[in-house]
Design a protein around this ligand. Structure first.
Ligand SMILES: [Zn+2]
Length: 260
């Protein structure tokens, strides 16, 4: 049956000589794996539209089982910066890989579709990539079965920090209640406070957020600890980002040492 839906191309892989498999997050039917036939031919009309981070209306046979079939695409709006900039592309790839792990194929979730689209557009428009991807990570935690209280202290519900993160309590602990959990994360309060803010924000209200690199590193460390304890994914795209931030450090070093 011929169906159409707005969608985002997540990734593609080779499949047989002339065909490709393309994973598309559709608004109306969740993630689907499409078989696109003869797409490696030079004159294939679909070739340009199955590049990752292409947004459009995808027309095809959306199957309940097995592979779906892609016939046509219209209203195409590629996120060009995301497709061409290696750094932005790395963060976008990480976000779609995370989504692929968090959500079953064919699970209808138009809210998450809208959230991913807003996040990818923010990356495309040049909003801080680390912040955009960390907001996405926080937003996806419940999909991995981990719902944390990032709003207030889990014990007394004060909203006044400093806070620490406690896995035993499933969220924040205010300083007064730190003694209740000797295994709390002993995280930097600045990172916890930033997490608190980012967990409550959506991309439309992000504005021109500016966070110091040192604070971002603390936040990255906190989220890595949470990932290790609760999720345990080892995505190649995440490893790539971690390596990339080390190159950035190396590239920046000479100017940092300049006495000015
Ligand atoms: Zn408390």
């Amino acid at each position: 049956m011929r169906t159409e839906s707005k969608g985002i191309v997540m990734f593609q892989k080779d499949y047989r000589e002339r065909d490709k498999l393309v994973k598309i997050f559709t608004e109306s039917a969740g993630k689907l794996m499409f078989l696109v036939r003869n797409v490696t031919r030079a004159n294939s009309p679909l070739k340009a539209y199955i590049t990752p981070f292409t947004v459009g209306t995808f027309i095809g046979d959306f199957r309940e089982n097995g592979l779906s079939y892609l016939y046509d695409v219209k209203s195409v709006a590629p996120l060009y910066n995301l497709q061409q900039d290696i750094f932005k592309n790395a963060y976008g790839t990480y976000m779609v890989n995370l989504l692929d792990a968090a959500l079953e194929d064919r699970q209808y979730d138009p809210k998450l579709f809208a959230f991913l689209l807003a996040g990818l557009k923010a990356l495309d428009e040049g909003v801080d990539s680390e912040i955009v991807s960390m907001i996405f990570e926080l937003h996806l935690l419940p999909y991995f079965g981990t719902q944390f209280n990032w709003r207030d202290c889990c014990v007394c519900h004060t909203t006044h920090g400093p806070f620490d993160f406690s896995s035993a309590y499933g969220g924040l602990l205010c300083q007064k209640h730190w003694p209740l959990d000797p295994h709390r994360y002993h995280a930097d309060p600045k990172a916890v406070e930033l997490t608190r803010r980012l967990a409550a924000v959506d991309y439309a209200h992000l504005g021109k957020i500016s966070v110091k690199p040192a604070t971002k590193r603390l936040l990255r460390h906190l989220l890595d600890e949470i990932d290790d304890e609760f999720i345990g994914l080892h995505l190649k795209s995440k490893k790539f980002i971690d390596q990339m931030s080390r190159w950035e450090d190396v590239l920046k070093k000479p100017s940092d040492e300049n006495p000015s």
